[in-house]
Design a protein around this ligand. Structure first.
Ligand SMILES: [Zn+2]
Ligand SMILES: [Zn+2]
Length: 287
């Protein structure tokens, strides 16, 4: 009980995300038990699959789900009601994980305007006309092809940062969850440090933030996304807005790794965590 007092978990999914089945009420009840200072529900909204499959003339496959427009609306509606119902028990935040804004700026621009939203995580799960990084068969890729994939990923993130209509950048090193974690392949992302630095500079200039996504700690990768080196780099460049998120897709993962990553960001020199209400950062001082 109250084991995460003074901390935040600002990246979680419910059954309004196709890859999660958690009941929103149970997530909120769990967040209250953990004593979180702020808690955000951020269901998936993949901008490149906002409409139904027919709209895109796409071949159905085992992975891709379409029609995020509907889930977007249902999630926001549900969380808005829960905010009201639990207003005296928890600081609940109505958020979204906006995927691939760069693939369809018109949809992204429309989604971010929704007045119910407090908070937007900008994420990149796939490159244009490529599968989600979690579905790529990396064993068929040469080292140079993986290098190219990573370079294109970070360039796409830079494009996202320049668009900038999010509050925090989601899981900066998402691709490593699969390439290094699931496939055990070694990479050297320091080759892209120039691009990553540019991303951070744009984020800082626009008064946006980054998240430390703790899910890697409970997965094969074993580190958060991003790891300490990049948390530190962001800080060194003048970054002040930092969020924590478990990326829980089920109730039992809510809050996992948050305490450890709280310590990690303190080590990088941060004294405050940030969460968002109506896109304005609120700061929580860490003890
Ligand atoms: Zn994500
Ligand atoms: Zn997520």
């Amino acid at each position: 009980m109250n084991e995460l007092k003074g901390l935040i978990d600002c990246h979680t999914h419910t059954h309004f995300s196709p890859d999660a089945d958690a009941e929103p009420v149970q997530m909120v009840e769990r967040a209250i038990k953990l004593g979180l200072e702020a808690y955000a529900i951020t269901d998936h909204c993949e901008c490149n699959r906002w409409y139904g499959i027919d709209y895109y003339n796409a071949e159905p496959n085992e992975h891709d789900t379409y029609g995020f427009r509907n889930d977007f609306d249902k999630s926001l509606d549900c969380v808005t009601k829960l905010k009201e119902r639990y207003s005296d028990k928890i600081n609940l935040i109505c958020g979204i994980e906006l995927g691939q804004a760069t693939h369809d700026f018109d949809i992204a621009d429309k989604a971010v305007e929704d007045k119910r939203l407090d908070f937007i995580i900008g994420s990149m799960h796939e490159l244009p006309k490529r599968p989600d990084f979690c579905f790529i068969k990396y064993e068929n890729y040469s080292d140079s092809e993986i290098d190219k994939l990573l370079e294109n990923y970070f360039l796409e993130l830079l494009k996202l940062c320049k668009w900038g209509k999010f509050d925090i950048l989601g899981h900066l090193t998402y691709t490593l969850r699969y390439i290094e974690g699931e496939y055990g392949l070694k990479t050297d992302i320091s080759k892209y440090d120039d691009i990553i630095e540019e991303c951070f500079k744009v984020i800082i200039q626009n008064s946006k933030g980054i998240e430390v996504n703790t899910s890697g700690l409970r997965q094969k990768y074993g580190k958060p996304f991003p790891d300490f080196k990049y948390i530190n780099l962001y800080r060194d460049l003048g970054g002040e807005i930092i969020s924590l998120g478990s990326d829980a897709h089920r109730v039992s993962d809510l809050g996992k790794g948050i305490a450890e990553c709280g310590e990690l960001v303190k080590r990088a020199g941060f004294k405050y965590l940030a969460y968002f209400k109506k896109h304005k950062p609120e700061f929580v001082r860490m003890d």
